[in-house]
Design a protein around this ligand. Structure first.
Ligand code: B12
Ligand code: SF4
Length: 576
């Protein structure tokens, strides 16, 4: 018996019969820094759910991530007993075409549908299938295959992102993914994930379990930076504090980029705890100036963000446009509010009634859903798909664009904002009365070393007044904190300039599309000697083509795989 798990096929981010050009397979470039030109970050993220599922079932499983349709059809010939397709709502048409191809080319294979796409109403009559997993997948598959449901969760070791580029310069994959749990208990009205999973489902239930996974990452892969895929990581406060205690007791230093909420941060109390934990990036939902959501009640975001940033913690704030109370004037009050908080990054999302959520049910009852908008257009980077009293669909596209532009003009390039925040954090730690905070200044220093190489290219490409102001402040601060740049640093900076010129020309004359390559992981059974080392499927994509070798830091004294030596070159200096 064997299983194939696959994501939907590419190309992504193009106008074709399956999708739209606005639906790129990129987080920052599509949803956050999208209007920041060459300053926009270019990262790809693997389909983590597939690796997580494969690691936690005994059934031998192969993984096909980002296939082409042709490659997918070729794989079908291998005679899988089960084929699981993971898809989200905007990729409905792709999932449907894949299921049809399975019936045609592998009629013996059983089809399992999973991922957020299964929330589409009447999905069972729309896509060929044998099984549908609605919500959490590990326990579903274990049950389907007759495996023991209560086997402890095995956490895979995977890169958080790959194929990374900042200003055209390759940025090695040096951070791992951590998935402590799925879902969220808060169940905000619009939120897809909290409704999809019912409530919060912890995979790693204790601080010790998280700590053990982090140690495995460090011992086996030399990874100490983590992107944490957990909707509200610190909400289980005791788990977080136990993790911190273990890190400090065992002198293990990790860094975390997390999703959280105002309410949870306030619950933590002393924000120095975040510094001690190594939290360097937080994604917080501001949503609106009005306190519509319980998680934001009584929060002074000005103070909260200031406190985070002065500690060197980069803030990504998300804000929702086209709420019921927005008209063509009041919408700017919210844009003005969130941009005035000066977070390092802003994600503007149009309100999106997503099946399964309370918002969707409400809008369905009120007859607000526009039924003629196809699923591939319901991705949130172009037009709304409901009737709004004050915005047409075309206007929504225009307002969304202008909100991103406003943030860029008012706050400057996110790359520069985050460098400034890191500089502030370095000073904060260096001058802190407590030794356990002071020791963290070294981590900031390493990141800042790397970030400094981007200043020359930034000077060349700076696009607006606020970015210029930031650049000036940053340069002064570097000189006062670290002195002048040395020759190796200057050479690295020039290399970044070359990369950025090349990238600028590529975007100008060829187009700015970047799409992940297919990644295939051969059949394996977790925990057996034949198991492929986790992370290997992306390793060829993760290694930067020409990093800046002469500024290489001495490698730690331990034996690393070839992949790792390459990926190691500038660890510790990660933006997200
Ligand atoms: C990482 C991520 C991305 C990555 C994509 C990586 C990839 N390779 O696909 C990037 C940044 C590129 C991205 C892009 C987009 N994303 Co996205 N993304 C996420 C995010 C933050 C994490 C996904 C994840 O890995 N979760 C962890 C794993 C463990 O959970 P999971 O994937 O859901 O899998 C579990 C179950 O669903 C189930 N399962 C999943 N698949 C399968 C398959 C089988 C066979 C089985 C049995 C079970 C199963 O089992 C797993 C374990 O329980 C989620 C939000 C979230 N926190 O989940 C949004 C999310 C999935 N994205 C979403 C959206 C809308 C988008 C975009 C359209 C946004 C945009 N406009 O740019 C684009 C689409 C890009 C494209 N062309 O397809 C929505 C989907 C909404 C919906 N109902 O369809 C989510 C839920 C965010 C939200 N709005 O709440 N995204
Ligand atoms: S706090 Fe965030 S993750 Fe939790 S329900 Fe609200 S929006 Fe969703």
């Amino acid at each position: 018996m064997k299983l194939l798990l696959t994501s939907v096929f590419g190309p992504y981010g193009v106008d074709d019969e399956y999708g739209e050009k606005e639906n790129k397979m990129e987080l920052f470039h599509n949803q956050v820094t999208r209007e920041q030109g060459i300053f926009s970050y270019r990262f790809n993220h693997g389909s983590q759910g597939l690796y997580f599922l494969a690691e936690n079932i005994d059934m031998p499983t192969a993984i096909l991530d980002f296939p082409t349709f042709k490659r997918f059809k070729k794989e079908l010939k291998k005679g899988y007993d089960y084929i699981g397709i993971s898809f989200i709502i905007p990729n409905f048409k792709k999932a449907k075409a894949m299921a049809r191809a399975i019936r045609e080319f592998a009629p013996e294979s059983k089809i399992i549908l999973g991922g957020h796409g299964v929330n589409i109403p009447k999905i069972e009559s729309m896509i060929d299938h044998d099984f549908i997993c609605r919500g959490e997948g590990v326990y579903f598959l274990r049950e389907l295959f007759g495996e023991k449901a209560d086997t402890p969760i095995r956490h895979p070791l995977e890169y958080s992102s790959f194929n990374r580029q900042v200003m055209g310069a390759p940025w090695a994959s040096d951070s791992g993914i951590l998935i402590p749990g799925v879902g969220c208990a808060n169940k905000c009205r619009f939120c897809a994930t909290s409704h999809f999973f019912g409530s919060y489902i912890p995979y790693l239930k204790t601080g010790q379990e998280i700590f053990d996974v982090c140690c495995r990452y460090e011992d086996e892969r030399n990874i100490t930076d983590f992107g944490v895929l957990d909707e509200n990581f610190l909400k289980m406060k005791d788990r977080a504090l136990d993790l911190l205690e273990l890190m400090e007791q065992n002198n293990r230093r990790f860094n975390f980029s997390i999703f959280t909420s105002a309410e949870t941060l306030k619950g933590i109390g002393d924000l120095d705890i975040l510094v001690r934990m190594g939290v360097t990036f937080v994604w917080v939902g501001v949503e609106s100036k009005k306190e519509i959501y319980a998680k934001n009640k009584g929060t002074d975001f000005q103070v909260l963000f200031k406190e985070l940033k002065m500690r060197g913690i980069s803030v990504l704030a998300s804000s929702i446009l086209f709420l019921e109370e927005h008209d063509q004037d009041t919408i700017w009050e919210d844009v003005d509010f969130v941009t005035s908080l000066s977070p390092d990054y802003i994600q503007f999302s149009p309100l999106g009634p997503i099946p399964g959520t309370k918002l969707y049910d409400d809008y369905e009852k009120q007859g607000k859903l526009i039924r003629t908008v196809p699923y591939q257009s319901q991705h949130g980077q172009k037009k709304i798909w409901f009737h709004h009293s004050h915005f047409t669909r075309d206007e929504s596209e225009e307002f969304l664009l202008r909100a991103f532009e406003k943030d860029y003009a008012r706050n400057g390039a996110s790359l520069l904002r985050t460098i400034k925040t890191t500089l502030e954090g370095h000073l904060y730690c260096r001058n802190h009365p407590e030794e356990r905070i002071r020791t963290h200044s070294k981590d900031y220093e390493k990141r800042l070393d790397m970030m400094r190489y981007f200043l020359k290219a930034s000077t060349l490409f700076v696009e607006n007044r606020q970015s210029k102001v930031l650049l000036g402040e940053i340069k002064t601060s570097y000189r006062s904190q670290f002195g002048r740049m040395r020759v190796p640093g200057l050479l690295a900076s020039l290399l970044v300039v070359l990369f950025s010129v090349k990238e600028y020309l590529r975007c100008r004359f060829i187009g700015d599309l970047r799409t992940p390559k297919t990644s295939y992981r051969r059949l394996y059974k977790p925990g057996t000697p034949t198991a492929q080392p986790a992370g290997s499927s992306y390793a060829h994509l993760a290694v930067p083509k020409t990093p800046y070798p002469w500024v290489q830091r001495p490698a730690p004294q331990c034996v690393l795989s070839v992949e790792h030596q390459a990926g190691q070159r500038h660890t510790s200096s990660r933006l997200v």
